[in-house]
Design a protein around this ligand. Structure first.
Ligand SMILES: Cc1cc2nc3c(=O)[nH]c(=O)nc-3n(C[C@H](O)[C@H](O)[C@H](O)COP(=O)(O)OP(=O)(O)OC[C@H]3O[C@@H](n4cnc5c(N)ncnc54)[C@H](O)[C@@H]3O)c2cc1C
Length: 592
């Protein structure tokens, strides 16, 4: 089975050339770190990822987690890996120094997180959800909650979970029934949550559950949801753990298609006296608070799509270079990487993954630009861009990840279908990514509704104008065919936007039917834009004496491949979108 290595050249190219990480560091007052920071950090993270986490990936798949007497035990080796992760200071990388964080840019943290997720997707879900809990408490928790919980979550001493889903409340959180009854300075929580990732484990002394629940007098629907912190073990007035168990337990584990190493728990709150919970933010404003956590997690899941695609690519590449199948006229036998169709599949994976990386790191850089900006207008621009890109990052990247991991199996031929090769695990693990943190359909509705119709396309137009301006910067004659192709996709995106504003705004069924096509079109356009932008930079750097010509030429080839083979999908997506909802809605239910 092939090993995993972070793709340093491409990762550093995106960080240094596309996101402007050095400038981000300088703007954040981290001048001393600006030069060489990314190399040093990624080098260390890469060692932990390749040497400790990656070798545990298939063990997690085969052994999974177990539950006995309400106690979940994770796969052997996961706990030791977690301890090393904390000892290296990795959980605190981009968090607030006021609570023990290192205050480094989130753009850099995205690259580091790619390493954990490529190395071991199931294990890395635990820090991913902890990160979301930190964001929610930091943004909405009162001073006491912040003091009691943030330092230990940021150091990794405790982990966090996100408890939204119930048997009757999945996508539609308005239907949730978990109750919270006020009692002095806290609330008593009762109810059942399902599908809770890393809801219990033995890797840390405490687990901090963020739970959505309803007050007795709450208004119906999403306006009556509140957010609570519910620790597994209660704390005293000084924030120290008392050893007293809170009334929240994992009662079962789900059997799943993939990510077996990540325990997916049924959680029961308040079977006895009621679990003690503390309000985060205002009563009945929980969904807004939870959105802070979900938006962070949505970008995190997009990053998982990139990470699993990279892992599947490396796996397939290793196999394609070794597997001998086919004979030349002179009788010599060849490895499958010599076959044009295998090369097509590998290039599809390589260029698709590079496009995902460029988009995700760029989207993360928007958060750093937002944090570093002082001007309110500039802040608002970066906030709007982050909001616009989040559903594209989650929706488009995770959908494309299905194709990438499918191709990873295909390159292996029959051995891809056989579990011992490991390619099948990536394919199975990737399948959840288009489902949790809001399905693809929900991301698409978010993009077309809240992110496009609400501001009448302003944030989208801002992005499209930037793409237009970037295309004008490409002056090399040998890249003009690529510029023309992206220009065509950009024109199609403008047509799609116009259709949404004119037709979609009046006809909800048409908008709902076309939303995924709209989102996928924007994703491919962003991919094409960033690949051509990368090719332009690579072309310019080729003349520099110290340039790595082989890498830079491969960047240009990958950009051309993306533009030739993946970008033309925008034309079909535009047509599908313009067909609207008439046919989709035509059949009566009994005709299905
Ligand atoms: C392995 C795993 C881990 C998870 N981890 C967590 C976790 O840690 N915390 C947590 O709270 N939850 C978690 N979930 C739950 C996950 O977020 C939900 O499964 C997901 O949001 C979808 O909800 P659902 O399963 O109820 O599907 P449903 O809401 O029943 O959706 C079924 C289908 O209908 C579509 N659909 C539903 N409503 C609409 C609509 N309004 N418009 C268009 N299409 C719609 C969906 O897109 C989907 O295709 C996890 C789930 C799994 C499987």
């Amino acid at each position: 089975m092939s090993e995993y290595q972070y793709p340093y050249q491409d990762g550093l190219f995106v960080l240094n050339e596309l996101t402007g990480l050095e400038q981000i560091c300088k703007n954040a007052g981290l001048d001393e770190f600006a030069e060489g920071l990314a190399e040093a950090v990624l080098d260390e993270a890469g060692k932990l990822g390749s040497e400790q986490l990656a070798p545990l990936n298939s063990m997690g798949d085969q052994l999974g987690a177990t539950i006995q007497a309400n106690q979940v035990t994770q796969t052997d080796g996961f706990c030791e890996a977690y301890q090393q992760f904390c000892a290296g200071g990795w959980p605190s990388l981009a968090h607030n120094p006021e609570f023990g964080g290192q205050g480094l840019p989130v753009t850099l943290a995205a690259a580091v997180n790619e390493i954990w997720q490529s190395a071991n997707l199931a294990w890395s879900l635990c820090p991913l959800l902890t990160q979301g809990s930190i964001e929610a408490i930091a943004a909405h928790g009162n001073e006491q909650l912040q003091l009691h919980y943030l330092p230990k979550l940021i150091s990794g001493e405790w982990t966090g979970t996100m408890n939204l889903t119930e048997p009757d409340a999945g996508t539609d959180l308005a239907a949730l029934k978990t109750r919270a009854v006020p009692e002095g300075d806290h609330y008593r929580i009762t109810g059942q949550k399902i599908f809770i990732t890393w809801g219990d484990h033995q890797m840390t002394d405490n687990i901090v559950h963020l739970v959505l629940a309803r007050l007795p007098d709450a208004p119906p629907g999403v306006k009556g949801i509140s957010l609570f912190v519910v620790p597994k073990f209660l704390l005293d007035d000084n924030g120290e753990q008392t050893g007293q168990r809170n009334d929240v337990y994992a009662v079962a584990l789900e059997h799943k298609l993939g990510i077996h190493g990540s325990p997916t728990c049924v959680m029961s709150f308040g079977d006895d006296e009621g679990a003690i919970g503390y309000l985060v933010g205002e009563e009945n404003n929980g969904l807004a608070c939870m959105f802070t956590m979900m938006n962070d997690a949505r970008q995190g899941v997009g990053l998982q799509g990139l990470a699993i695609s990279e892992r599947a690519y490396q796996h397939a590449l290793g196999y394609a270079k070794e597997r001998v199948q086919g004979t030349l006229r002179d009788g010599s036998r060849i490895t499958i990487i010599k076959h044009p169709d295998v090369r097509r599949m590998l290039l599809q994976m390589k260029s698709g993954t590079q496009a995902m990386r460029a988009l995700i790191y760029m989207a993360k850089a928007e958060s750093d630009h937002y944090n570093n900006a002082t001007d309110e207008q500039v802040k608002a621009k970066h906030k709007a861009r982050t909001a616009l890109l989040t559903p594209i990052v989650k929706g488009w990247v995770t959908e494309l990840a299905q194709e990438m991991t499918y191709l990873g199996v295909q390159v292996h031929g029959g051995m891809g279908f056989i579990e011992e090769t490991g390619a099948a695990q990536h394919f199975r693990d990737a399948r959840i990514l288009t489902i949790y943190e809001g399905t693809t359909g929900i991301q698409a509705l978010d993009l077309i509704g809240r992110k496009t119709l609400v501001d009448k396309g302003a944030a989208l137009e801002d992005l499209l104008s930037e793409i237009q301006a970037d295309l004008a910067q490409v002056s090399y004659p040998e890249l003009q065919d690529m510029v023309e192709a992206v220009q065509e996709a950009l024109n199609q995106a403008r047509e799609a936007k116009q259709w949404v504003l004119e037709v979609g705004s009046k006809d909800g069924l048409a908008a709902g039917s076309a939303s995924v096509s709209f989102m996928m079109l924007m994703g491919y356009l962003c991919g094409g834009w960033l690949m051509v932008k990368s090719a332009n930079i690579a072309q310019a750097k080729l003349v520099q004496p110290e340039a790595d010509a082989s890498f830079l030429q491969s960047k240009i080839v990958c950009a051309r491949f993306f533009v030739e083979q993946l970008l033309p999908r925008t034309a079909g997506l535009l047509k599908a979108l313009q067909a609207g909802g008439d046919t989709v809605m035509q059949l009566a239910e009994d005709q299905f």
